[in-house]
Design a protein around this ligand. Structure first.
Ligand code: N01
Length: 545
């Protein structure tokens, strides 16, 4: 990091960039499209060698989205959604990346993306009222606005495994998977981590490998994806009413059409509850199960009914009772750590050569030259797959560590936990916006819906500022303080803080434990943003300097 608050010494960019976007995934690409529509000059810096963000990096076997394809797609262009066809209920990584590439070509976005370009430092230049941004390659850019479209799960956390450098086999991180095919045929593979990435990868790796040893620190709730090809006619039926479906998604709590049931899990008979859960288990996916009753994320007893149901399904799926018991999540309420959806994860433990190592019973000692060691013994492995997760929500922002007004660094400003007004802007960091930042529904929602909302709102604010002749837009510290307190109040009324989750920053040693996403719902949050806009952007200061 440069010590100077102005890492780029060049004057405002010669070609007069209005907006510098960091990231060219779903968010960055849509930003380019919207900004161009406003007649603004924008450029996106992308660290990867290609566009796509999450879906560029996460090429691990079995990588698939947990939101249905018909909903996990842009809604901003009715022609786009009519012309694109999905093949499966849940889109796999390759298909999502194809879709993103199609969108980039269709709207001619690539000419404003610089790939292989990592933003490494950014500083607000109050004299010229521009952000100056440096890249790893030594380039410097200046632009009036800086929009961080850096993703919520894009910076892997340090795995925290001793002796990794001593391991003599191949090491892969799920979020940095090679582009060429990785052949596990006949190999002994160790997988560390049983979040969504590990749970999706294990069944696919086990099809080829001679042995798979799964190291689990925390047993996780996972529901069957019930993925399948989209039936003939099914997609056309959605397309005929796509506008309506998109509108419903925007006004729903999670950005997925449909609403939560309006009664408590405790107000129905056990028989009825079980039938409801079974229906969700077989057809509903992750969000169907969470929406079965209105109190699963707020009432521990209600939550326990769903947790019991899932544990019973795990016990049915796994032949060995000791393995089944070790796989049964008991350390946190259902839904308080991001639940997974899987394709045959639990049944994979019935295969010859697949075993579970419960790190609660035998703690991880670290990697050894020929495998992975626990306090009890060493497990031989040729390959090591790290599915150990991310420095979520803040990692990509604090990695750049923007320097705001008066030399204030984002890491300093967030030393006690991230504080952002509406999850969109940070007091002290003028003209900087965050897409799906901490304090917005983000990771608790269908990300594409939340991304579109933020992009439209941010670009609307920039357009409004320009119309008013304002060159500087900044979140008001008091409005930000109230919003942050509101997010914590809403979170405090839920079961979420009971889990040591990445939502809480608990997976990264030393990270402040603060519940980061806004759990009030996409629908409620949309109302708030609309009110702020209608008020002329109350809570933001728009000024000439
Ligand atoms: O990461 P995670 P992920 N020793 O943090 C364990 C999204 N996503 O990449 O729980 C031993 O969830 C860690 O253990 P513990 C989705 O939002 C979506 O799987 O901390 N174990 C945990 O088991 C998801 O939630 C999709 O005790 C260690 C695992 O590694 C998010 O990305 C697919 C360890 C990390 O799980 C992140 O998922 C994939 C250590 N030193 C991802 N360090 C879909 O759309 C960590 N662990 C389906």
């Amino acid at each position: 990091m440069p010590s100077s608050p102005h890492p780029a010494t060049s004057p405002a960019s010669p070609d007069g960039l209005d907006v510098l976007v960091v990231g060219a995934g779903f968010a960055g690409l849509y930003l380019l499209h919207r900004l161009r529509g406003l007649g603004l000059r924008a450029l996106a810096l992308e660290a990867g060698s290609g566009i796509g963000g999450t879906w560029y990096w996460n090429r691990y076997p079995g990588a698939r989205c947990d939101v249905e394809s018909m909903d996990y797609s842009y809604s901003f262009d009715p022609a786009l959604e009519q012309e694109w066809s999905w093949t499966r209920r849940y889109p796999g990584q390759a298909e999502i990346l194809d879709y993103i590439e199609h969108v980039a070509d269709r709207f001619d976005l690539r000419r404003d993306v610089r790939t292989d370009t990592r933003a490494t430092a950014a500083a607000w230049d109050g004299a010229d009222r521009v952000w100056r941004v440096c890249t790893g390659g030594g380039d410097a850019f200046a632009a009036r606005y800086l929009v961080m479209a850096t993703g919520c799960l894009s910076v892997p956390k340090a795995p925290g495994i001793d002796g990794l450098e001593r391991f003599q086999g191949r090491v892969f991180h799920t979020g940095r998977w090679p582009h060429e095919e990785v052949d596990f045929t006949g190999r002994r593979v160790a997988v560390i981590g049983t979040g969504s990435s590990g749970i999706q990868a294990v069944p696919v790796i086990a099809e080829a490998a001679a042995e798979v040893t799964v190291f689990q620190r925390t047993a996780n709730f996972s529901l069957p994806a019930n993925d399948r090809p989209l039936a003939p006619g099914e997609q056309d039926a959605v397309k005929r009413r796509y506008r309506e479906r998109r509108a419903q998604a925007r006004r729903s709590p999670t950005g997925i059409p449909g609403r939560k049931a309006d009664r408590s899990a405790l107000d129905v008979s056990e028989e009825e509850r079980t039938a409801t859960y079974r229906e969700a288990w077989e057809h509903g996916g992750l969000f169907g199960m969470l929406r079965s009753y209105n109190d699963l994320t707020t009432d521990a007893d209600a939550n326990a009914t769903a947790a019991d149901f899932i544990r019973a399904r795990i016990a049915e799926a796994v032949d060995d009772p000791a393995t089944a018991e070790a796989l049964a999540p008991r350390s946190h309420p259902f839904g308080t750590k991001r639940p997974c959806i899987d394709s045959g994860y639990f049944g994979t433990f019935n295969r010859d050569g697949v075993r579970l190592v419960d790190l609660r019973a035998e703690p991880l000692a670290g990697a050894a030259p020929g495998g992975v060691a626990t306090a009890r013994r060493e497990y031989p492995a040729d390959d090591l797959v790290l599915a150990t997760g991310y420095d979520a929500m803040t990692g990509a922002l604090t990695a750049v560590d923007p320097c705001g007004r008066g030399g204030l660094r984002l890491r300093e400003a967030w030393a006690e936990g991230p504080a952002a007004h509406l999850g969109l802007a940070v007091a002290g960091f003028p003209n900087m916006f965050t897409v799906t930042g901490p304090g917005s529904p983000s990771v608790l929602s269908n990300m594409v819906v939340s991304i579109e909302q933020h992009v439209e709102w941010i670009t609307g604010l920039i357009a409004s500022a320009r119309e008013r002749g304002a060159e500087v837009v900044e979140a008001d510290p008091e409005a930000q303080r109230r919003w942050v307190a509101h997010v914590q109040e809403v979170a405090g009324a839920t079961l979420f803080p009971r889990a040591a989750s990445w939502y809480m920053g608990a997976n990264v040693p030393g990270k402040p434990r603060v519940f980061m996403p806004y759990p009030g719902g996409v629908d409620v949050y949309r109302d708030v943003l609309e009110q702020v806009e209608a008020s002329g952007y109350e809570g933001f200061r728009l000024s000439r300097a």
